[in-house]
Design a protein around this ligand. Structure first.
Ligand SMILES: C[C@](O)(CO)[C@H](O)COP(=O)(O)OP(=O)(O)OC[C@H]1O[C@@H](n2ccc(N)nc2=O)[C@H](O)[C@@H]1O
Ligand SMILES: Nc1ncnc2c1ncn2[C@@H]1O[C@H](COP(=O)(O)OP(=O)(O)OP(=O)(O)O)[C@@H](O)[C@H]1O
Length: 270
């Protein structure tokens, strides 16, 4: 079985407060983007994981695909599988690529071995892998609350809009990005902006709380966001904890980036 795990962007990201478990309570809108990895899971004699494409930092044994397998293995007698991941989504980008791979491994195992896990059950397993993972068990944009794992469909759609994603050659650690934040209560709740304001009014109202501290530490990121605005983006922002930025356009644009800046553009399909 083959799947194409997508990435996500965050439309607004408010860090509300630090919780007693060390995580931060947040509100964000996760939006799926069809810049994808390629993931294959097939039955095999022994459990094996292989990887091609972009290099993933860290030990392959800790890859979220294998962690997803071991998580389900605890509750189900899963036969061994061979997992191959072709990595395309940049890591350390705030695009949730690793989270998506983990969640899609759960989805493929569910289908392959007829585990009959409903989306809510899959989301609960995914949340054990990481805060962003639960979103990737869903097929539509979601408001994320809690530490990001509580999902609500708020019916927002940017289908048909043109998106440009650009990631400079900087790896931002998620844990470090959270450590640089002073949580605060937002002036306006995220859902109010997203559901009551048109896209054209989001600039200056919809904020990613990571931007100020991450832009200060990595001065090459903000100019990329400004480049997207200069090119005609209706709204542009950093995604998650960075370093990727995105711009939403009413029509297609053809942008050139400096060498080393990974980028993707295309029409949003969901
Ligand atoms: C920045 C975002 O991408 C926004 O969508 C996510 O909040 C990150 O989620 P993630 O990568 O799945 O994060 P996890 O793997 O769960 O946690 C990594 C680290 O980030 C911090 N973390 C993560 C999520 C959260 N709500 N509060 C946190 O403080 C913690 O230090 C944690 O140890
Ligand atoms: N399949 C995977 N793909 C990418 N990274 C993985 C994977 N499995 C484990 N990791 C680990 O997770 C780290 C961050 O991965 P990811 O690509 O999700 O980061 P990110 O883009 O910052 O996303 P997020 O928004 O979830 O923080 C990597 O540095 C790597 O060590």
């Amino acid at each position: 079985m083959v799947a194409f795990p997508p990435c996500k962007i965050n439309l607004g990201l408010h860090i509300l407060h630090k919780r007693t478990d060390g995580y931060h309570a947040l509100e964000t809108c996760f939006y799926p983007v069809p810049w994808t990895d390629i993931l294959e899971v097939i039955p095999s004699d022994t459990l094996a994981f292989s990887q091609s494409g972009d290099t993933i930092p860290g030990d392959p044994h800790d890859n979220l695909c294998l962690r997803a397998y071991h998580l389900l293995q605890k509750d189900f007698t899963l036969p061994p599988v061979r997992i191959h991941l072709h990595k395309i989504i940049p890591t350390g980008a705030g695009l949730g690529g690793g989270s998506s791979d983990g969640a899609y491994t759960l989805r493929l195992l569910n289908d392959l071995f007829n585990l009959n896990l409903a989306p809510a059950a899959l989301a609960a397993y995914a949340a054990q892998l990481g805060s962003d993972c639960a979103f990737f068990t869903q097929d539509a944009p979601q408001l994320g609350t809690g530490r990001g794992e509580i999902l609500t469909n708020i019916g927002i759609s940017l289908k048909g809009k043109f998106l440009v994603l650009a990631k400079p050659p900087i790896h931002v650690s998620t844990a470090e990005a959270y450590a640089g934040i002073t949580p605060a209560t937002p002036a306006t709740p995220l859902t109010q902006i997203l559901t009551q304001e048109p896209l054209a009014a989001w600039k200056g109202k919809l904020h990613n709380d990571f931007e100020a501290s991450v832009f200060a530490r990595h001065p090459s990121i903000e100019p990329l966001r400004e480049k997207l605005y200069r090119a005609g983006a209706v709204y542009a922002s950093m995604s998650g904890s960075g370093a990727a930025v995105f711009g939403i356009f009413d029509k297609g644009v053809d942008l050139a980036f400096d060498p080393g800046v990974l980028h993707w553009s295309g029409v949003l399909t969901r």
